[in-house]
Design a protein around this ligand. Structure first.
Ligand SMILES: C[S@@+](CC[C@H](N)C(=O)[O-])C[C@H]1O[C@@H](n2cnc3c(N)ncnc32)[C@H](O)[C@@H]1O
Length: 300
């Protein structure tokens, strides 16, 4: 396998709710067999909450800014030139200190497949999700859908492209809302904060249908979010949910915490279940098999 130059201008950047990443090396970019390298930029006050990579070692190298880096229960403040080695399966997290951005390089080995990275998941997941959503609700150019926790708006874009519908993306993160406007780029899309949605609903706005994809398992007060979704939908509206079975709430002190709340049961108390299933195995990253479900509900 020949080597490869990767020019900065060719690096495709992905948005994350804490900033953005650009992959410099991985099998599909360089043909690398054992090495994956990503540059990540964190916005001021942002960070990558506690997580672990069961099969990969990682080095985090600070390029710019200052971060609080955790390895297990140990933490250090790191500046440009400093780095951290994280053994496989050890919980770690990175939080920006101070008012500026921080840039890091994260170097992983070995490569354990690319299926779990966001962009690759999207390629395989977005089309079947749109198929499943459209089998669960009727969508026409007249339909207004709320996409609760829209992120960058990849589902909104897919649904608008396919069905010409209108989508109101709702997201708690101002960064994601701004990115979504840019990513979806459609007169049939807007992004609003939960507060703005509440104000619209108070003044009479109701959506014809709703979706929430990979959101409620992370929400700190999911009851409030499910309430908001319910208030926003018209009577008889369909609501499509894709979620982890187990909760994964970000905390600063510990790894993602499962607080034991059962999102499926909570939504099932307020909406009537119509259909449910699990994503096709060939579309699901292997670390997520057995821990996700989708369900289609109807508001009474
Ligand atoms: C894992 S991302 C999923 C994004 C998108 N649904 C997708 O599948 O591509 C979760 C998103 O939910 C947003 N979010 C988290 N808690 C929220 C809340 N309480 N209300 C609205 N959005 C929230 C985050 O900011 C983030 O953009």
């Amino acid at each position: 396998m020949p080597g490869k130059f990767v020019m900065g201008r060719d690096v495709v950047r992905e948005a994350a709710d804490w900033g953005s990443v650009g992959w410099l090396c991985r099998p599909s970019i360089t043909g690398a067999a054992n090495l994956a390298i990503v540059e990540a930029t964190f916005g001021p006050g942002k960070g990558h909450a506690f997580h672990k990579h069961p099969e990969q070692e990682e080095v985090i190298f600070i390029v710019a800014g200052e971060v609080e880096q955790w390895i297990g229960e140990d933490k250090r403040n790191l500046r440009p030139g400093d780095s951290a080695f994280i053994p496989a399966d050890v919980v770690h997290a990175t939080f920006v200190i101070g008012a500026g951005e921080a840039r890091i390089l994260a170097i992983f080995g070995p490569v354990v497949g690319e299926g779990s990275t966001t962009d690759e998941r999207w390629v395989s997941e977005t089309p079947w999700l749109a198929d499943e959503i459209s089998s669960s609700m009727s969508i026409s150019p007249d339909t207004i859908i709320i996409d609760y926790g829209c992120g960058i708006g990849r589902m909104a874009k897919e649904l608008i492209d396919r069905y010409g519908c209108r989508v109101v993306g709702v997201d708690i993160s101002d960064n994601m809302r701004a990115l979504a406007i840019d990513y979806v780029r459609s007169n049939r899309f807007m992004s609003v904060s939960p507060e703005m949605l509440d104000a619209l609903v108070e003044r009479g706005f109701r959506a014809d249908a709703g979706i929430s994809i990979w959101v409620l398992q992370h929400c700190l007060k999911p009851d409030d979010d499910i309430d908001r979704i319910q208030r926003t939908l018209k009577p008889g509206a369909d609501f499509f949910l894709l979620n982890n079975i187990y909760r994964a709430v970000p905390t600063r002190e510990k790894a993602w915490v499962n607080d034991g709340l059962d999102i499926k049961a909570m939504v099932g108390k307020r909406f009537a279940l119509q259909r449910e299933g699990i994503p096709p195995l060939e579309r699901t990253p292997k670390d997520l098999v057995n821990i996700i479900f989708w369900a289609a509900y109807r508001k009474a």
